[in-house]
Write a new protein. Structure first.
Length: 134
């Protein structure tokens, strides 16, 4: 599975030095994961309503290699790198589209949580199946 989502850097994403503020890379990663789920046929609110689950971030890390700047077009990639009974680890690279330069390499571990008890639960088989296909 590998998914690419395009992002343009807006002025609001940058800091006083004119580069993307470090925390905004995690916002870009979140958008890409949401769109990846959407492409697989799952809306976040539908997962909650139909399956009684949400995916929550347990761990997030990032290595910042090169700066992104205002108006850059980026690719934010999602790659399922590990899967457990109730968790997923998504590798997320952020590259500049113009030269395919790797700017940020991230990893986000998600846990599938029962929304009523807010306890880990098994990821439904149909969702895992689609993730493995996609």
């Amino acid at each position: 599975m590998n998914y690419r989502f395009p992002v343009r850097v807006y002025y609001e994403d940058t800091d006083a030095a004119g580069i993307v503020y470090y925390a905004n890379y995690f916002r870009f990663m979140e958008r890409a994961r949401t769109e990846w789920l959407r492409e697989l046929g799952y809306e976040q609110d539908d997962l909650r309503a139909r399956h009684g689950l949400v995916f929550v971030v347990r761990r997030a890390e990032a290595d910042y290699l090169h700066p992104a700047r205002f108006n850059d077009l980026l690719w934010v990639e999602c790659d399922l790198t590990d899967r457990g009974r109730s968790s997923l680890t998504i590798g997320q690279d952020i590259c500049r589209q113009s030269d395919d330069k790797l700017l940020c390499r991230g990893s986000v571990q998600l846990v599938c949580v029962d929304i009523e008890r807010f306890r880990p639960m098994s990821i439904p088989a149909e969702i895992l199946e689609k993730m493995n296909e996609g």
